[in-house]
Design a protein around this ligand. Structure first.
Ligand code: MN
Length: 370
């Protein structure tokens, strides 16, 4: 099957926020603690650096590459890249902002989320129907989280981001209930990106940099296990969770593993709490999604998962992304699927989930005017 005419929506794209975004917008009392950059640590992980952690030499080095980085935040430049790469629409997430949950000061965290959310709305969301952008939810306090979720929904952002690992509470905590209710009411999908909400440094030493990436992806089935077995998905059927850049092969594994233990231990009175109307896999298939650039095993498992949970994404502009070869990468993975299955995974499901105007993303991005 030829996939070249199927509209591609990247369910995993990023902006590169200006390094001065937070420093410029925060009140003077918070400026020194403004997020400034993320950097690969020497031990094989990524970490957030604050303004106060960066010396003059680092700031000068950053400034030299800043205009190239910020080009990616210009809608005209992005559309040119999408034309070149065969992408019709993008779900857009931050880069530095993914690490916002590393901060422990609630007022600072809330301010940083709001600054990003207003900036991404003005920069891409309101200027382009081919972009649906996610806002950051300050989870330090439930009321704060609910208020910002409602604010970004009213503003017009397309999704709400939560940390991949629930912080400050795991995802079976009743403290999340008001947020689940608000998310159902607004209809915004909840997006959880690889690397967020936990220390990326699981391992040190030989192989650690690559092993740490597998380790962060393994947080996705763990969070899903809590959401499914706690009855959260059952009680809130309107919630949709999108696990971004975590691949998808684990979805069938989580379904089988949770179902088999759930069934086995139902016989022990009191062990399985709460008891659910259906098996865990029922709720996962209905309400959980994952995105991938390259995941042949996930595609091989759609007999078990259905196509609904799978979303393709390019991860532009990150170095592990598929730009500028997205069309070739897609053809290699999807050539043997049915056209209906490929169309759903490559964009159809993302259009519905993130609320794109279907007409705005039905055609390729035209070549820029000469
Ligand atoms: Mn990504």
């Amino acid at each position: 099957m030829d996939t070249s005419r199927i509209p591609l929506i990247s369910a995993d794209s990023h902006v590169s926020e200006p390094r001065s975004l937070w420093w410029d917008a925060l009140p003077a009392s918070m400026r020194d603690r403004a997020p400034a950059r993320i950097r690969p640590s020497e031990e094989g992980a990524w970490e957030l650096r604050r303004h106060e952690d960066t010396d003059l030499t680092q700031r000068q080095r950053d400034a030299a590459e800043e205009s190239a980085r910020n080009q990616q935040n210009d809608v005209g430049y992005r559309l040119q890249v999408m034309h070149e790469d065969g992408i019709s629409g993008e779900c857009v997430f931050p880069t530095i902002g993914l690490y916002v949950w590393d901060m422990d000061d609630a007022a600072l965290g809330e301010a940083c989320c709001q600054i990003y959310n207003d900036w991404i709305y003005d920069t891409l969301e309101k200027t382009s129907p081919r972009h649906r952008c996610a806002g950051l939810i300050p989870t330090w306090d439930t009321d704060m989280a609910v208020a910002e979720l409602r604010r970004i929904a009213a503003l017009g952002l397309g999704a709400a981001m939560l940390p991949l690992r629930g912080v400050p509470w795991e995802y079976n905590s009743p403290n999340w209930t008001p947020l689940w209710e608000a998310a159902e009411e607004t209809g915004l999908p909840l997006v959880l990106h690889q690397g967020s909400g936990h220390d990326m440094l699981f391992y040190r030493g030989p192989g650690a940099a690559v092993a740490n990436l597998l380790a962060t992806q393994s947080m996705a089935p763990r969070s899903v296990a809590l959401l499914a077995t706690s009855g959260t998905l059952e009680r809130h059927p309107g919630l949709r969770f999108v696990f971004v850049e975590t691949n998808t092969a684990w979805i069938s594994w989580a379904m089988d593993t949770l179902d088999s233990y759930y069934d086995a231990f139902l016989a022990n009175p009191g062990w399985v709490r709460p008891e659910l109307a259906e098996k865990p896999s029922h709720y996962i298939r209905r309400q959980v999604h994952g995105t991938f650039q390259w995941d042949p095993t996930g595609l091989n498992n759609i007999g078990r998962t259905g196509t609904g949970p799978l979303l393709w994404g390019s991860d532009y502009p990150h170095s592990e992304g598929t730009y500028p070869n997205s069309r070739a990468v897609v053809q290699e993975q999807f050539g043997s699927l049915s056209e209906a299955d490929a169309t759903a995974i490559l964009g159809g499901t993302a259009v519905r989930l993130f609320g794109f105007d279907p007409a705005a993303v039905a055609t390729p991005v035209p070549a820029p005017a000469a």
